[in-house]
Design a protein around this ligand. Structure first.
Ligand SMILES: *Cc1c(COP(=O)(O)O)cnc(C)c1O
Length: 493
């Protein structure tokens, strides 16, 4: 067993190992009503035959347990988080403050419209802002993530073609795409045709023309794409699709590179999803709540999910009058408190601030890319947008994989960037600094990356076994997945 794992298990006991019969972590005052045992009021099949096996510890023990665990966490609030494709920017605390206002956080989804006019107005105005940013006609705020937005957008396409009496069932997706793109398309009942990116890292027009036919419902692309490169032929791409009667879908996860600079609508996109948790700052990761609104150009709004939010004079209302709606997409109105955060953020930065976000995100990514050029291979050697991809093939010759480099970065105090995505670059590492990092932080990161490149040359063994400074070192990830033992803790008791 690795020395670090051993050290860890000796110094810190699991909460189950700390448990001692009879210890209590709470004290409640005496009941002033008669105590009733659950067996008396609940149906038999709902009552446990023996108590749940919970650890029994005192209040300070449980508090220390959780605080110590929280100190092992790495977050945007503790350090640089250059996770490409995820836009892990700083999340201003005012967003949290606004979303925790009781008028929002305790609002019941079934209160009558007259009693939630503020919440309705917020949704109404957020939709307007998203449409103005993207150049779309209308938007639904319901989907709870980018992936669900893709599903929603694809179902809108299906409704559109059905309406026209067409049976188009194929979606074209470039090989650089995020895995959710083909997954969502397939889930919506479409077949996926993959097209190869060209040597410049973009979608090639001739390849596209060959792939398109009368069965093509749409092209789904990310722009800037997942290599961090702008699809410079986007206008021609839009013409090819529209001349074929097909639609153009934008995976808007990379909107952080476009805010205030250009609009997807102007580029010819018909449908676009937003990742509010990325572009507009909500803490995300580990499956936390997000929001993936979907905007559509004029003419497609009649297929949007219900309800939309309308305004009649001075009164906001839920609008179910959407003639060809694909139906409801989420319980009630989506992840409302994420909408509150995005709305707060957009009001805070304002119009001019939006443009600065993208300008600085692009500048920061280029700064890091150009600083690392001498040390790592840059497969597509041109200016990038808000993120870039490097390749560890040079280091691989020394038998240092990009996984090892990522692990070693943790010893230098950084969250590792995305690795092995996109799939079309071997030993890929995808770095996205976002606009919220200072020059000093980026310089420290660059120094760490340089130091690791030098270590990989001179002491590859050292990089191969990193990290050394964390509470645990390498885990056997394959074993953990293949021999999952969920009863470990209860057996130990
Ligand atoms: C994050 C991301 C998605 C998926 O979005 P979720 O909100 O995580 O579901 C899709 N495409 C790209 C390019 C992304 O970066």
């Amino acid at each position: 067993m690795n020395e670090n794992i051993e050290k860890n298990s000796v110094s810190e006991k699991l909460i189950f190992e700390q448990s001692k019969k009879g210890k209590r972590g709470y004290s409640l005052s005496k009941l002033d009503v008669p105590e009733i045992s659950p067996a008396k009021i609940l149906p038999k099949h709902l009552v446990r035959s023996e108590p749940a096996r919970l650890p029994e510890v005192s209040e300070p023990e449980i508090v220390r347990h959780y605080v110590n665990l929280s100190k092992k966490n790495y977050s945007v609030d503790t350090g640089f988080y250059p996770l490409g494709s995820c836009t892990m920017k700083y999340n201003p605390k005012i967003n949290e403050k606004m979303s925790s206002l009781a008028g929002f956080s305790l609002l019941h989804p079934l209160v009558p419209e007259e009693q939630c006019q503020g919440a309705l107005r917020l949704m109404f105005e957020l939709e307007k802002m998203l449409c103005s940013i993207s150049g779309m006609g209308r938007a639904t705020l319901q989907p709870s993530a980018g992936a669900q937005g893709e599903l929603c957008g694809t179902l809108i396409m299906r409704a559109y073609f059905k309406d026209r009496g067409e049976e188009r069932k194929e979606i074209i997706i470039p090989d650089s795409a995020h895995g959710t793109n083909p997954a969502s398309a397939a889930l919506a009942g479409m077949t996926v045709k993959t097209v190869k990116s060209c040597a410049r890292g973009e979608l090639d027009l001739d390849t596209l023309k060959q792939a398109v036919n009368k069965n093509t419902a749409a092209l789904m692309i990310t722009n800037p794409n997942t290599l961090g490169l702008f699809e410079s032929k986007v206008l021609e791409i839009a013409s090819v699709m529209h001349e074929n009667g097909s639609l153009l879908y934008l995976d808007g996860a990379n909107l952080n590179a476009m805010l205030g600079l250009m609009k997807p609508g102007d580029m010819g996109f018909d449908i676009v999803h937003f990742n509010l948790h990325k572009s507009f700052s909500t803490p995300h990761g580990c499956g936390g709540p997000g929001a993936g609104p979907v905007g559509v150009r004029k003419g497609l709004e009649k297929y949007l999910p219900v309800p939309l939010v309308g305004l009649d004079g001075e009164r906001y209302y839920f609008d179910y009058n959407v003639p060809k709606t694909i139906g409801s997409f989420h319980a009630f109105y989506g992840n409302f408190l994420v909408l509150v955060r995005a709305y707060t953020y957009l009001l805070t930065v304002g119009n001019s601030g939006l443009r600065e976000i993208s300008e600085n995100a692009i500048l920061n990514a280029n700064y890091i890319m150009h600083s690392l050029k001498k040390y790592y291979d840059i497969p597509y050697d041109r200016d990038c947008m808000h993120e870039f991809v490097l390749s560890g093939i040079r280091q691989k010759k020394k038998e240092v994989r990009v996984l090892d480099i990522a692990k070693r970065l943790m010893d230098y105090g950084f969250h590792p960037p995305t690795i092995y995505f996109p799939l079309i670059v071997s030993e890929s590492m995808m770095i996205e600094p976002t606009e919220t990092e200072s020059l000093e932080t980026m310089d420290k990161f660059i120094e760490a990356m340089k130091a690791i490149a030098i270590e990989s040359e001179n002491a590859p063994e050292k990089v191969r076994h990193a990290p050394y400074t964390l509470s645990i070192s390498r885990l056997d990830e394959v074993k953990a997945a293949k021999e999952l033992d969920i009863n470990y803790f209860s057996r130990k008791q």
